[in-house]
Design a protein around this ligand. Structure first.
Ligand code: UDP
Ligand code: MG
Length: 320
C-alpha cells in the first residue's frame, strides 16, 4: 500500500491546554530536522478547557495539524480508535499530550519499524518521573502480570509513546479501556514482531494525571477479559464445558460415594450417619449444580458467539 506521509502522530488529549503549543512546536522541530512528511492528529477527548480552541489555532498555522473533537469525554481508547482510523502515515506514533513523552524518540522508533521491520516499537519509561507509591510500584506488578498472561516481554506495556506499522493500527480495534493492551490486541491479530525501546520521561509539567489508582483494578479485569477472549472467544464451550464437566463429575462421584457408604454401613447393621447430616453431601450438591450452570453458560456463550458479526473475521496477510 502507498502511504501519503511518513508519519502520523496521534495524540489523545483531555484538558491539556497549557501543553499543546509547546508540544506541537517540539514535534515540528523534530520533524523538520529529520525531513519527514507527517501529520499530527490531535484527538480532543471532550476537554472542558480551551484545548480544542488551541488545536484549531494550531491547525490554521500548520496544515499538518489535524484534529478531531469528541462531544464528551469517552476515554483514551476511544480517542486512539479515531486517531488510528484517520492515520495515513506509513508509521503511526502515539504519544501523550502532557509533555511527559519526548518527540526526540520518534526518529529512532520510526527507523526500527521501517528498517528493522518491527510491527510495534513500544516505549519503556526506564527511568520514570511519576509518584513512586501510586504509580511506579503498582506499575511494576501490573507489568509482570501482563507479561505472564500475554506472553509479550515488555517492561512497560501501557507506555503512551509507541510506534506502529500502519497496517497494525488498521487491523485492530481499540475499545473500552483496552488502550492499555494494544500490543496484546496486535499480537492476537497476528502482529507479533514487538519490541521496546527505553525512552526519556519527564515529570508532568502542567495539569494533573487523568487516571487514578482504579486503573490497576480495571486494568487487571481487562487483562482477564482479553485473555479469555483470545483463547476462548470463538469457542466458549471449550472453557465452560470443560470446567462444567469437571465440577459436575466431582460432585456426582462425591454424592454417590456418600450415599453408597451410608447404604453399606446400614446394610451391615453398623452405626451410620444419614447423608443429610454429612457436610460432604452438601458440597457435592453444590458442585453438581455449579457444574450444570457452567454448562448452561457455555451454551449461551456459544449462541452469542454464533451471532457475533466477527465469528468469521480473520486477518489476511496477502492473497494471490
Ligand atoms: N487522556 C484522554 N482521555 C482521558 C484521559 C486521558 O485523552 O479520558 C489523555 C491525556 O490527556 C494524556 C494521556 O491520555 O494526553 C495520558 O493521560 P495522563 O497523562 O493523565 O496519564 P498518566 O501519564 O498519568 O498515566
Ligand atoms: Mg501523563
Amino acid at each position: 500500500m502507498e502511504y501519503t506521509k511518513d508519519l502520523s502522530i496521534v495524540i489523545s488529549l483531555y484538558n491539556e491546554e497549557e501543553s499543546l503549543h509547546e508540544l506541537v512546536k517540539w514535534i515540528e522541530d523534530v520533524m523538520q530536522k529529520e525531513g519527514y512528511t507527517y501529520e499530527i492528529i490531535m484527538v480532543d477527548d471532550g476537554s472542558r478547557d480551551a484545548s480544542w480552541k488551541i488545536v484549531k489555532e494550531l491547525s490554521e498555522k500548520n496544515e499538518c495539524v489535524r484534529g478531531i473533537s469528541f462531544r464528551r469525554n469517552y476515554g483514551k481508547s476511544a480517542a486512539l480508535y479515531h486517531g488510528f482510523k484517520a492515520a495515513q502515515g506509513r508509521v503511526v506514533v502515539t504519544m501523550d499530550a502532557d509533555l511527559q513523552d519526548s518527540p526526540e524518540e520518534i526518529p529512532e522508533m520510526y527507523r526500527m519499524v521501517v528498517e528493522e521491520g518491527y510491527d510495534i516499537v513500544s516505549g519503556w519509561k526506564k527511568q520514570r518521573f511519576d509518584n513512586k507509591l501510586t504509580k511506579n510500584i503498582p506499575s511494576k506488578l501490573y507489568n509482570a502480570t501482563a507479561r505472564w498472561v500475554t506472553g509479550i516481554k515488555l517492561h512497560d506495556m501501557n507506555c503512551g509513546l509507541k510506534a506502529y506499522r500502519n497496517e497494525v493500527v488498521k487491523n485492530i480495534e481499540v475499545y473500552g479501556e483496552m488502550h492499555r493492551y494494544i500490543p496484546y490486541l496486535a499480537k492476537n491479530a497476528g502482529f507479533d514482531k514487538i519490541t521496546e525501546k527505553p525512552v526519556q520521561h519527564q515529570k508532568r509539567k502542567y495539569g494533573v494525571s487523568k487516571f487514578g489508582l482504579e486503573r490497576f483494578v480495571n486494568g487487571f479485569l481487562d487483562l482477564i477479559s482479553l485473555w479469555f477472549l483470545s483463547r476462548f472467544g470463538k469457542k466458549p464451550m471449550h472453557f465452560f464445558g470443560f470446567t462444567g464437566i469437571l465440577m459436575f463429575l466431582a460432585g456426582a462421584v462425591l454424592a454417590i460415594w456418600v450415599i453408597a457408604e451410608k447404604l453399606i454401613q446400614q446394610g451391615q447393621g453398623l452405626l451410620y450417619r444419614p447423608v443429610t447430616e454429612q457436610p460432604l453431601f452438601y458440597l457435592a450438591l453444590v458442585a453438581v449444580i455449579l457444574g450444570f450452570q457452567l454448562f448452561l453458560a457455555g451454551f449461551i456463550c456459544e449462541m452469542v458467539s454464533r451471532n457475533s458479526a466477527e465469528r468469521n473475521c480473520y486477518k489476511i496477510r496477502e492473497e494471490i
